[in-house]
Design a protein around this ligand. Structure first.
Ligand SMILES: Cc1cc2nc3c(=O)[nH]c(=O)nc-3n(C[C@H](O)[C@H](O)[C@H](O)COP(=O)(O)OP(=O)(O)OC[C@H]3O[C@@H](n4cnc5c(N)ncnc54)[C@H](O)[C@@H]3O)c2cc1C
Length: 533
């Protein structure tokens, strides 16, 4: 079988390597250099219950709790039960995790984990080390055709796709921005997240949600776009730079303008409360005091900071900040998209022949809020699972278990930009065209202000009005072949509209989706303990 894998982060590389081992013909397409996505930037580590006293069940219940009960227990079970094997596999492929004197993999603690279970490498350079090892392995597999600097534009389908007509029988390949088309028996999208929707993000420049936008345009089911995770501790000065949560796990604290720790007033776990809670508290305290909150890691000492967090240490010192002596100003920034292309726990989407893995997928593992260090794990576990499912399921999506899931989903008409559930008539765009001219910066600022950390119907309505105006202006035009920037802009605009529609449709707060005007959504009853089944 010929499979195209799009993306060279942990999810795409894992899928490509595993598919190659299973004898498939693999083409790997990536829009930049290999490993230019989020994976190589990951600092904290990869979660996995492989230490004494820990278990996959405990990891699963932490994951479901952090996800505000919105996760899919079956997918979470696949994730946490697959963790030890996935980490062993990374080791076998050459990843050098940090080890203690006895040679055991060291385990760090991060927010909302009951126990220390985060494997890390190079101190805080986990993603870079995993990326290095997987790319080295890819280069040692001459059968895999690697096409870097090539950008996915759209998915090819057997039949014309229309929401009024039959859905396409099968995804049969991709088209590139260059205009070239590539045929395949299966396409695995591993195109990462969409942080560039927002003015402040930890994500690299290429995180423009291309795979999700392409899937939307052919009618694949998309879910949970309203659940966007904002990281609470991103350097507030200059280019956004992440200050890993592992720092708080190691004892760094957050202080306000008066030097007071304030998080214990908000949550019993204080600095180690779930990310959305910490992010909102940081934003609120900064707004109240008119000065940024600061991350104080001085108690850890210069030597420990340099040893355990060399990436952060190097970058802060490069910027002239001596964080061993002074607290560092921080702000929340977009970090991770929980929603995406809806898949089952083998990465199958609602369209035959189309798989999605990693951050671009909505596999159900993260629910309404991702547990720290579960996303590298998701890429490693589900990348392999998708490769293993290719042979049996690429030709049909029969038995796709959509109705068994608790997730709310909407059919999105990619051509008109309407969410059908939010807009049952699928009404054409009628928004007034007045408003600022489109630019990527204007879109990012609009999303940051109205669809960011704190949302309200008034703000979301304004965002929708402006976005609809831009969409109406762009209607009937398509990016020129070869114009990658224009294709990214079109993708961002489509995804912004879908995100705002999803955020408007969920009128109450849940997990990372926080409505100022709607109260909190009733949490679902705790799922049956996984170990009991
Ligand atoms: C600063 C930072 C720190 C993080 N720390 C952690 C951590 O400690 N632990 C953890 O679990 N998670 C962490 N995360 C999240 C985690 O890194 C990502 O969720 C994960 O790496 C995503 O992997 P991926 O393979 O899905 O996508 P990515 O690694 O983002 O790769 C996406 C790939 O798709 C390619 N691509 C995109 N669009 C196209 C297109 N149109 N055509 C062709 N190719 C395309 C890109 O070039 C890239 O190769 C962190 C994220 C950031 C930004």
């Amino acid at each position: 079988m010929r499979a195209i894998v799009v993306g060279s982060g942990i999810a795409g590389l894992t899928a490509a390597l595993r598919a190659d081992e299973l004898g498939h013909e693999v083409v790997l397409v990536a829009k930049g250099a290999l490993g230019d996505g989020c994976t190589a930037a990951a600092q904290g580590g990869i979660a996995g219950a492989y230490g004494p006293g820990d278990s996959a069940e405990l990891h699963a219940s932490d994951t479901l709790r952090a996800g505000a009960g919105h996760g899919d227990p079956g997918a979470v079970e696949a994730l946490t039960a697959g963790a030890a094997a996935a980490i062993d596999r990374l080791v076998a492929l050459g990843t050098r995790f940090d080890r203690d004197a006895a040679g055991r993999i060291q385990r760090g603690l991060e927010a909302a984990h009951t126990l220390p279970r985060i494997a890390h490498a190079g101190g805080d350079a986990t993603g870079a080390e995993i990326s290095r090892a997987l790319i080295a392995e890819l280069r040692a597999r001459p059968r895999i055709e690697v096409r870097t600097g090539e950008m996915l534009a759209d998915l090819q389908v057997d039949d014309a796709c229309s929401l009024d007509g039959p859905l396409p029988a099968r995804v049969s390949g991709i088209s590139l921005v260059s205009g070239e088309t590539l045929e395949a028996d299966a396409v695995v999208l591993a195109t990462g997240g969409a942080g560039r929707l927002f003015a402040r993000t930890t994500n690299p420049a290429g995180a423009t949600g291309d795979g999700i936008a392409a899937a939307l345009r052919v009618g694949a089911r998309i879910a949970d776009l309203e659940f966007v995770q904002f990281h609470p501790t991103v350097l507030a000065e200059g280019e956004p730079f992440l200050l890993t949560e592992a720092l708080r796990g190691a004892g760094a604290v957050l202080i306000d303008a008066d030097g007071r720790r304030f998080l214990a007033d908000t949550h019993p776990d204080a600095e180690l409360a779930p990310r959305d809670v910490v992010a909102r508290a940081v934003a609120a305290r900064a707004a109240e005091t008119g000065a940024p909150v600061r991350l104080d890691a001085t108690a850890l000492g210069a030597e420990a900071l340099a040893q355990r967090f060399p990436t952060v240490d190097r970058e802060l010192r490069r910027r002239g900040i001596d964080w061993a002596r002074e607290a560092v100003p921080v702000t929340p920034a977009e970090h991770y998209l929980m929603g995406g292309i809806e898949t089952d726990s083998t990465g199958r989407s609602s369209l035959a022949g189309l798989f999605a893995v990693g951050e671009t997928a909505r596999s159900g593992v993260h629910g309404a809020n991702r547990l720290a260090s579960n996303s590298l794990l998701e890429g490693a576990v589900f990348g392999a699972r998708a490769a293993e499912a290719l042979a049996s399921t690429a030709w049909s999506n029969g038995g796709w278990p959509v109705d068994a899931w608790p997730a709310e989903t909407w059919a999105f008409d990619g051509s008109s930009g309407a969410y059908l559930e939010a807009d049952p008539a699928g009404a054409p765009i009628t928004a007034p065209l007045s408003g600022p001219a489109f630019s990527r910066t204007a879109l990012q600022q609009l999303m940051w202000e109205h669809a960011g950390l704190l949302r309200s119907e008034t703000g979301l309505t304004e965002a929708a009005r402006v976005l609809d105006g831009w969409a109406a202006d762009a209607a009937g035009t398509a990016p020129e072949p070869g114009d990658a920037r224009a294709q990214e802009d079109a993708n961002l605009l489509l995804l912004a509209r879908a995100t705002v529609a999803a955020a408007r449709a969920r009128t109450r707060s849940l997990g990372a989706h926080h409505r100022l005007d709607g109260g909190a959504e009733a949490l679902r009853p705790a799922p049956e303990p996984i170990g009991a089944r």
